[in-house]
Design a binder for this molecule. Structure first.
Ligand code: NDP
Length: 248
């Protein structure tokens, strides 16, 4: 069954890791997808891969989500290319870890501008088209770190906690137009981002996960597709932790 036939999804950070898995899952369920990433190489590679298995299902767009003007222009281009947008997934994110004592202002700004302002920028770019679309959805990829904090990630924790606040405010503002807005909070998922962690840290993290393993990108994609589907129409302003029980 193709549950997303006729739907259009925009997935930021779709060039790798979790975003790639989300874009792939949507296409496999019949949606067409705008794959957005920072570099042209990564979004084009994903779009090519998706078009090879599902012809004309994906288009690639490179943008820095932190750049407000560029995102508004890109939004207009995507709407012109696809006709409308039903689903916006704010997944683009970065880390610049370090203890607060040594954290540079630039590292704070980069993380807040990408992870939090980036979502503000895309919501602004797509909210009008979403309000007119069928089953309109906004899904923000937050993090368990936005719920519980983490030493060495003040910037990242603040950005993801902020994203959860944004999720709830947007959910309230757009509820009257039937646009739902929810967050998914992944725990530790195997991607390039967590691949950078030293082995010792990975071992420590594992002791805190009741299900005793890291998650897969497909686990996050499954949660996103659930929230994006018509069956989730009465769920808004929520944070769904997909974390092996880490934050229960
Ligand atoms: P990756 O580092 O594997 O991929 C990040 C993606 O975001 C890339 O496609 C990258 O583009 C894109 N991106 C980064 N900065 C920008 C920017 N300024 N403008 C546009 N695109 C940008 O990340 P993950 O797949 O691991 O993470 C995806 C999301 O999930 C993030 O928001 C992350 O915070 C969150 N998350 C991840 C967890 C994990 O364990 N992996 C845990 C909790 C949350 P490009 O490919 O061109 O570089």
């Amino acid at each position: 069954m193709q549950s997303f036939a006729g739907k259009v999804a925009v997935v930021t950070g779709g060039g790798r890791g979790i975003g790639h898995a989300i874009a792939k899952a949507f296409v496999e369920q019949g949606a067409r997808v705008a794959v957005v990433s920072r570099t042209q190489a990564s979004c084009s590679a994903v779009a090519e891969e998706l078009n090879a298995s599902h012809p004309e299902s994906a288009r690639a767009y490179a943008v820095d989500v932190a750049d407000h003007e560029a995102v508004q222009e890109l939004g207009a281009r995507i709407i012109a290319d696809f006709g409308s947008v039903n689903i916006l997934v704010n997944n683009a994110g970065v880390t610049r870890d370090g203890l607060l004592m040594r954290m540079k202002e630039e590292d704070w700004n980069t993380v807040l501008d990408t992870n939090l302002k980036g979502a503000f920028n895309t919501v602004k770019a797509f909210m009008r088209t979403l309000m007119k679309a069928e089953d309109p959805r906004i899904i923000n990829i937050a993090s368990v770190i936005g719920l519980i904090g983490n030493a060495g990630q003040a910037n990242y924790s603040a950005s993801k906690a902020g994203l959860i606040g944004l999720t709830k405010a947007v959910a309230r503002e757009l509820a009257g137009r039937a646009v739902t807005c929810n967050a998914v909070a992944p725990g530790f998922i195997t991607t390039d981002m967590t691949g950078e962690l030293p082995e010792k840290v990975r071992e420590q993290v594992l002791t805190k996960i009741p299900l005793a393993s890291f998650g897969e990108c497909a686990d996050i994609a499954a949660a996103v597709l659930f929230l994006a589907g018509p069956q989730a129409r009465y769920i808004t302003g929520q944070v769904l932790a997909v974390d092996g029980g880490m934050t229960m």
